[in-house]
Design a protein around this ligand. Structure first.
Ligand SMILES: Nc1ncnc2c1ncn2[C@@H]1O[C@H](COP(=O)(O)OP(=O)(O)OP(=O)(O)O)[C@@H](O)[C@H]1O
Ligand SMILES: [Mg+2]
Length: 454
């Protein structure tokens, strides 16, 4: 600016000085001629005005324009531009101002993009997020939070957290975070209408550059599914332990009795028979558990091959017929000899054995069990129907759960542990098949399994 003014002012000051000297000299020459003196003064005034006008047009006016453009930029309008080529200096100034405007525009666009990205991340995360300042006012709640707890942003933003958060656990974590200035974690139940969800909230303090607490950020997770899995795992361990304990206690008890006292041969034989049955039960239980864990293992692969379905059924039928005969049941089959499938033959045998075994177990003597196999274009349809005790509608959806038995005592008498149908369900699922159960109490049950042909 110093250079600009010195360069700009110099010719003008020089011009004015020359005019003043020249007019002074002319006035001395005029000596008392008023008309001539006034004419000189007017001429002087005219020349100086022209010089000022020229200076104004060349520098002052563009500077005003430049100042207006800068003011626009201060107001946030970075699309404002300024052009002036009147002088080298003004051209340079306009180039610099425009460059500054362009840079500011780019920075603003980038900042906007970052802010939009951050907002979209915060809003699209499934977990709830809340930002609270050091005075306890809520500054931000994301979409995830609003979905978890209902309501809209206005209900929370700008309000004190203890006025708007219904849950005591949320108050507690915020208070502890401010008190201990450390992250705090807590679990709580959240009721939404009729459903009850389990939540976990983690609150962490936010510090400023002087290490003073500025607020807290809360992240809320829905852990209902995790809790369900944890419960399933605990129930499973409890069930396995219970199922193992019963035969082991029995085996140990009879073995001890045999060891300690003298018994007649008949009683001893009876005890040994019980020990044998219980150990067999134990073996079946462990085999079923192993089979389930194999099926549930990540990366489990079926050993698929092409085979004839009738041949597969013929291989398992003799032992099932024997069992049906023992219980005086009529086991009938209806299978066409030319159905073939690409599947895991051993696993499908297991499905047939478990279903027919159930039909035999849960059908009183004199009843009927029918095993039918048919096919359509894409799937093979296996159906096992019986005229047995049947089931109520409400229990049907539970019979595929591990260890679930409608009547525990009855099942245990038949040696059942409640794993048979869980295994069936897994096998059908890994084959991408489908199971349909149709049952009526005292009338009978029909279980249909559909397996894709390839
Ligand atoms: N055909 C059926 N008729 C009536 N109830 C059945 C039938 N099939 C299954 N159920 C019911 O479903 C329950 C679960 O069957 P599942 O085969 O899984 O176990 P289980 O037969 O008790 O024992 P196992 O593990 O030895 O098969 C049974 O306990 C029984 O109550
Ligand atoms: Mg069974």
């Amino acid at each position: 600016m110093k250079i600009l003014f010195s360069k700009a002012l110099f010719p003008n000051i020089l011009g004015i000085t020359i005019v003043l000297i020249l007019s002074g000299w002319l006035m001395v020459q005029a000596e008392g001629n008023w008309v001539f003196t006034i004419a000189i003064i007017l001429f002087e005034f005219l020349v100086i005005s022209i010089i000022f006008m020229q200076f104004y047009n060349k520098y002052t006016r563009p500077l005003k324009k430049a100042s207006k453009t800068v003011n626009e930029m201060i107001r946030g309008n970075y699309s404002a531009r300024f052009y002036n080529g009147n002088s080298e200096e003004m051209e340079q100034l306009s180039k610099n101002i425009n460059k500054l405007a362009r840079n500011m525009n780019e920075i603003t666009i980038q900042e906007q993009m970052h802010a939009e990205q951050l907002t979209s991340i915060i809003d699209n995360m499934k977990n709830g997020l809340v930002l609270i300042d050091e005075k306890g006012y809520v500054h931000l709640v994301n979409r995830g939070f609003l979905e978890m707890f209902h309501g809209n942003e206005k209900q929370y933003r700008g309000h004190l957290y203890y006025d708007v958060f219904q849950n005591e656990a949320m108050h507690d974590v915020v208070q502890k975070t401010f008190l201990y200035e450390q992250p705090v974690k807590q679990q709580f139940k959240n009721k939404r209408g009729l459903t009850k969800n389990y939540m976990e909230v983690i609150a962490a303090p936010i510090f400023n550059e002087h290490n003073m607490i500025k607020g807290a950020v809360l992240v809320i997770y829905d852990i209902t599914e995790l809790k369900r899995l944890e419960k399933m795992r605990k129930d499973f361990v409890a069930n396995v332990s219970h199922e193992l304990r019963t035969p082991i206690t029995s085996i140990r008890g009879f073995a001890e009795t045999l060891k300690e006292a003298q018994h007649d041969e008949k009683a001893a034989e009876e005890f040994i028979e019980i020990i044998y049955k219980e150990s067999h039960r134990l073996q079946l239980l462990i085999e079923d558990l192993l089979e389930l864990s194999r099926l549930e293992r990540e990366g489990f692969q079926l050993e698929k091959e092409d085979f004839n379905v009738k041949q597969m059924i013929d291989a398992v039928l003799p032992s099932l017929e024997q069992k049906a005969e023992k219980k005086e049941l009529n086991l009938a089959t209806s299978i066409s000899s030319d159905i073939s499938i690409h599947a895991d033959v051993e696993k499908l045998k297991q499905v047939i054995i478990n279903l027919v075994d159930n039909a035999i177990n849960y059908t009183p003597s004199g009843g009927d069990v029918n095993l039918k196999v048919s096919e359509d274009e894409h799937r093979v349809h296996f159906s096992v129907e019986d005229t047995g005790i049947g089931m109520e509608q409400k229990v049907i959806q539970r019979i595929f759960e591990r260890f679930y038995r409608v009547d525990k005592d009855r099942s245990r008498n038949t040696g059942g542990t409640g794993l048979g149908l869980a295994i069936v369900k897994h096998i059908v699922e890994v084959h991408q098949g489908e199971i349909v159960v149709d049952s009526e109490v005292s009338k009978g049950t029909a279980i249909h399994v559909y397996i894709p042909k390839d």
